[in-house]
Design a protein around this ligand. Structure first.
Ligand SMILES: [Zn+2]
Ligand SMILES: [Zn+2]
Length: 260
């Protein structure tokens, strides 16, 4: 499987997973122009995307959805709550309503919906599997529930939220209301919570950790790197950013590196 982050952060999220002829996007949180540009950089052809999965209706996950799915006529999979939350009227033939715990087969890929706690109508995360390896995308997780732990335990590649530094949030200029929304258990998880659950639940099968959905106001790449690097000596370790796409990773090449 190949995979990458095309955009990641509080201002826009989009992740790509492909195997053979099958290629999907998780969320389309940046506009179509930027998305096409970043796909071009990665050598991904937009018309080859066969499905888009949407985790929830917040703008940073759907900003480019309407234009992109119509332009390339790509089917969209999302829960009923998420669809109503988007307030979008997408062409009927492109809309596929799913349960938050749905299992969808697309050629060689199986996509599992994983319900999560987040202040959206019917949010879920997604795990993408080819039957051999699991790529898990866990962002906008309000708290560490059993689903989050279970997913981390079964991940070969883990895209994990590390949203904010607790001190920066506490001392920052966000309103009291917004601060509480973020740390309420329905918002995002901090670097501390993220590294704790990572240490607790990761297993030997994990080959690559990508930290994601960093806050622009209350976090820095340096802090995230400092927090996680000591625990990632034996695996590939990356940080996805808002400003640019990651490289296009190949899970087989990660395995080879470990063997050598
Ligand atoms: Zn959200
Ligand atoms: Zn988000």
């Amino acid at each position: 499987m190949k995979y990458c982050s095309i955009a990641s952060g509080s201002n826009g999220n989009c992740y790509y997973v492909a195997k053979g002829q099958q290629a999907i996007l998780i969320d389309v949180g940046i506009n179509t122009k930027h998305l096409e540009l970043r796909m071009w950089n990665l050598g991904i052809i937009p018309s080859k995307i066969q499905a888009i999965f949407i985790t929830h209706e917040h703008t940073d996950h759907i900003r480019g959805l309407s234009v992109f799915c119509k332009k390339y006529q790509i089917p969209v999979y999302l829960t009923e709550g998420t669809y109503s939350g988007t307030k979008l009227r997408l062409p009927e033939h492109l809309v596929n309503i799913i349960k938050p715990n749905a299992t969808i087969k697309l050629g060689e890929l199986t996509i599992f919906g994983i319900p999560k706690f987040h202040d959206a109508k019917e949010p879920c995360s997604f795990v993408i599997s080819d039957g051999k390896s699991n790529i898990s995308i866990l962002t906008d997780i309000g708290r560490i529930c059993e689903n989050v732990k279970h997913v981390i335990q079964h991940s070969d590649v883990l895209v994990l939220e590390s949203n904010f530094d607790e001190e920066m949030l506490a001392n920052g200029r966000y309103s009291y209301y917004l601060k509480n929304r973020i740390r309420s258990g329905w918002g995002h998880i901090s670097n501390r919570i993220s590294v704790e659950v990572f240490q607790e639940c990761r297993t030997n099968r994990l080959k690559h950790l990508i930290l994601s959905h960093l806050s622009g106001q209350n976090n820095t790449i340096e802090i995230v790197e400092r927090t996680f690097a000591p625990f990632c000596q034996d695996i590939r370790f990356s940080i996805a950013t808002r400003t640019e796409e990651t490289e296009l990773f190949d899970i087989n090449e990660l395995v080879l590196k470990q063997v050598v």
